[in-house]
Write a protein that binds this ligand. Structure first.
Ligand SMILES: [Zn+2]
Length: 481
């Protein structure tokens, strides 16, 4: 997979040195009021032209396309000696750097954050800039040189003097001002991280077991202590459910926003490797006057997206990872990511409640899932779960009927599996044991699971035969297609 410039590196550079040299991303936000950020990408060793610079269009778990290349301005490329080389825009989110004979070691460009925010209506998919605040989604501002995206990455951040500079790759509260830096294992880890700058953002380290940070920008009154307590409770419950965290620290990046326009939509959140972005309307702000139902809504939303740090970030089907950045991948197992992920969050939250209350919470949520399935229009009902999953891979929130029915069927399947496992094991095992087992299975296999491998995985983890349940929800012709 790492086809550039490995052949050259193998000849010229000791492999250990190659393996350790990072690609350096320098991110500069020059001054308050600037609509743009500037990025310089310096490769660990020069590539032979032409090489290709690519901006992401597909977010891991985004189930959609976002044309981040539209907001890239002034791409320039340079040789190791500092001479500019030719740059040509190609179809899609790509630029060709250099002519035959050139060597390329550095790429520079700017990203217009204001225009991105104006044009992308889904609040969870766009970076934001306001007076005294800049919130950047990694994949919306960082591109990569094709074939050179697997190695380690160094991120250097330069912010206006006195501005707090926070990265979810190496969170600190309070953050350093003016400058920050961090390391990432690969472009994926960088792209799936966030940068938060500015005096109007609030930062907290939330005491407790698994290290938890909050980075919050609120355009309304918000009780940060309450929010921190809810986030802590959600993280603790999810960690208790899955066993132990797959991250060294977790950041809740929360924005409570007033709409940019009537077409802008708020309320979607997004999971990441070691953070979650929660870009909500001001109606979701917690204050001492908030009703208990809002607290529970936020708790469940946190738990759901924190749970995604396990499912699907570390337990996933084929085609979810390695992630395809240029064109949204077609995934057969969105029902697993979103349905099993949702079921795990329901269980995690219910486990932390007094017994009767937990049962009621669980029953209410399953009833909601059943209602979605029962009320689906014929066009959705006729789709097999794998077909629905493939459609939802790109239309999940654009036509939320596909998203809802994918997670509803997946959640109900998970509930049925859980019942079977508890029954047949005399209560010794539950679906949780299978979900705890999966990240290790995926790590050992070095790939995502195939749908037809799931019964075997569950059996290995719990000793219970569930093949007939999978067969009913996922008839064989689809699985084999
Ligand atoms: Zn989700």
């Amino acid at each position: 997979m790492r086809r550039w410039p490995l052949a050259l590196a193998a000849l010229l550079v000791p492999s250990l040195a190659w393996a350790q040299a990072p690609t350096v991303y320098h991110l500069r936000y020059a001054a308050p009021g600037d609509a743009r950020v500037r990025v310089t990408l310096t490769l660990p060793s020069a590539g032979s032209a032409p090489v290709h610079f690519v901006m992401p269009r597909a977010i891991p778990g985004g189930y959609d396309q976002q044309e981040y290349d539209r907001y890239v301005r002034g791409v320039r490329a340079f040789s190791p000696g500092g001479a500019a080389v030719a740059v040509a825009r190609e179809d899609g989110p790509r630029w060709r750097l250099g002519e035959a004979g050139d060597r390329v070691s550095r790429v520079e460009y700017a990203v217009d954050v204001d225009e991105m925010e104006r044009e992308i209506f889904d609040a969870s998919a766009t970076s934001k800039r306001c007076d005294g605040y800049l919130g950047l989604l990694g994949y919306s501002v960082f591109g990569y040189v094709e074939g050179a995206d697997q190695g380690p990455v160094r991120l250097e951040i330069e912010a206006p003097a006195g501005w707090p500079a926070f990265t979810t790759l190496a969170p600190q509260a309070p953050p350093a001002t003016g400058r920050a830096s961090a390391d990432a294992s690969s472009f994926y880890a960088l792209a799936d991280s966030q940068v938060v700058l500015g005096p109007r953002a609030a930062f907290r380290r939330v005491p407790g077991d698994a290290p938890l940070y909050l980075a919050v920008y609120a355009e309304t009154a918000e009780d940060l202590t309450m929010e921190a307590a809810v986030a802590r409770e959600a993280l603790d419950r999810v960690v208790a459910y899955f066993g132990h965290p797959p991250f060294a620290h977790y950041t809740v990046h929360l924005e409570l926003l007033r709409p940019v326009s009537p077409r802008h939509e708020y309320g979607f959140s997004m999971e990441h490797l070691e953070s979650g972005t929660f870009f909500l309307g001001v109606d979701r702000a917690l204050t001492p006057a908030s009703v208990e139902s809002l607290r529970l809504t936020n708790l469940f939303n946190y738990a759901h997206h924190m749970g995604h740090a396990w499912i699907p970030k570390h337990a996933y089907g084929v085609h979810y990872f390695p992630h395809r950045w240029e064109i949204a991948p077609i995934i057969d197992t969105v029902w697993f990511n979103e349905g099993f992920g949702r079921y795990a969050a329901i269980e995690a939250v219910a486990d932390g409640m007094p017994a009767g209350e937990g049962e009621a919470f669980r029953a209410l949520n399953l009833k909601r899932l059943q209602r979605i399935v029962d009320e689906a229009p014929p066009v959705i009902r006729r789709m097999s779960l794998v077909e629905l999953s493939r459609v939802a891979s790109v239309l999940y929130s654009k036509d939320f009927r596909t998203g809802m029915n994918t997670f509803a069927r997946g959640g109900l399947m998970a509930a049925e599996l859980d019942r079977r496992i508890r029954e047949r094991s005399g209560g010794a095992k539950r679906l949780r044991d299978a979900l705890r087992f999966m990240p290790g299975w995926v790590a050992r296999a070095g790939r995502g699971f195939r749908v037809e491998e799931l019964p075997g995985i569950v059996r290995e983890a719990t000793g219970v035969d569930v093949a007939d349940i999978f067969q009913r929800w996922l008839p064989a012709p689809d699985a084999a297609r």
